[in-house]
Write a new protein. Structure first.
Length: 157
C-alpha cells in the first residue's frame, strides 16, 4: 500500500512538473489575469498584517505555553500545540502563499468561518501532515511551498 501511494505521488508530481514546463513555454497572460496580481499583498496589507500579528503576540505575553485551543477560538490545526506557535505559523503562511491575513480571515474576527479559503487551508494542512507521516516517515518533506511557491494557487493549475 505504502509503495503504491508513493508511486502514485511520484507520477502526479512528475505530471505536474511536465505540465509546468509546458506552460512555461506559453506566452504569459496579462498581469491583470494572474493570481499573483489579484492576491499579492500591498504595502498597506503588509502593514495591517504586521499590526495584527503584533497585537496577537502582545495578547500572548505570559500565555505562550497554553494550548492554542485554550487561548484562541476555533482552533483545529494547532490543537494540542502551544499557543505561541500560531503567530509564526500565520506569518509564514503569508509568504508561502503570497497572500495577506485577510485572504483566509475576517480581520479582527479571526474565529469566523466566512471565507472558504480558511477551510481549504485546513484541508491542505491535513494533506501535508498525512503525506509527511505516511510517505516520508514523519519528516517535513512536503510543505505549502512544495506546490504554491509564493502563490495563492499553485502555478501548475
Amino acid at each position: 500500500m505504502k509503495r503504491t501511494t508513493l508511486s502514485a505521488l511520484i507520477i502526479v508530481l512528475a505530471a505536474l512538473a511536465i505540465r509546468q514546463v509546458s506552460a512555461s513555454r506559453l506566452p504569459s497572460p496579462p498581469v491583470s489575469q494572474t493570481s499573483q496580481a489579484r492576491s499579492s499583498p500591498t504595502p498597506d496589507t503588509r502593514a495591517a498584517d504586521a499590526q495584527y500579528l503584533a497585537e496577537v503576540k502582545q495578547k500572548l505575553v505570559s500565555h505562550e505555553d497554553e494550548l492554542a485551543e485554550t487561548f484562541f477560538k476555533n482552533i483545529e490545526i494547532l490543537k494540542d500545540k502551544k499557543a505561541s506557535r500560531l503567530p509564526a505559523m500565520m506569518s509564514a503562511l503569508t509568504g508561502l502563499l503570497g497572500v495577506s491575513c485577510s485572504h483566509c480571515h475576517v480581520p479582527n474576527e479571526w474565529a469566523r468561518e466566512d471565507k472558504p479559503t480558511k477551510q481549504t487551508a485546513r484541508k491542505m494542512f491535513r494533506m501535508i501532515g498525512r503525506l509527511n507521516k505516511e510517505e516520508f516517515d514523519g519528516k517535513n518533506a512536503v510543505s505549502c511551498w512544495t506546490c504554491h511557491r509564493g502563490n495563492p494557487h499553485p502555478p501548475i493549475q
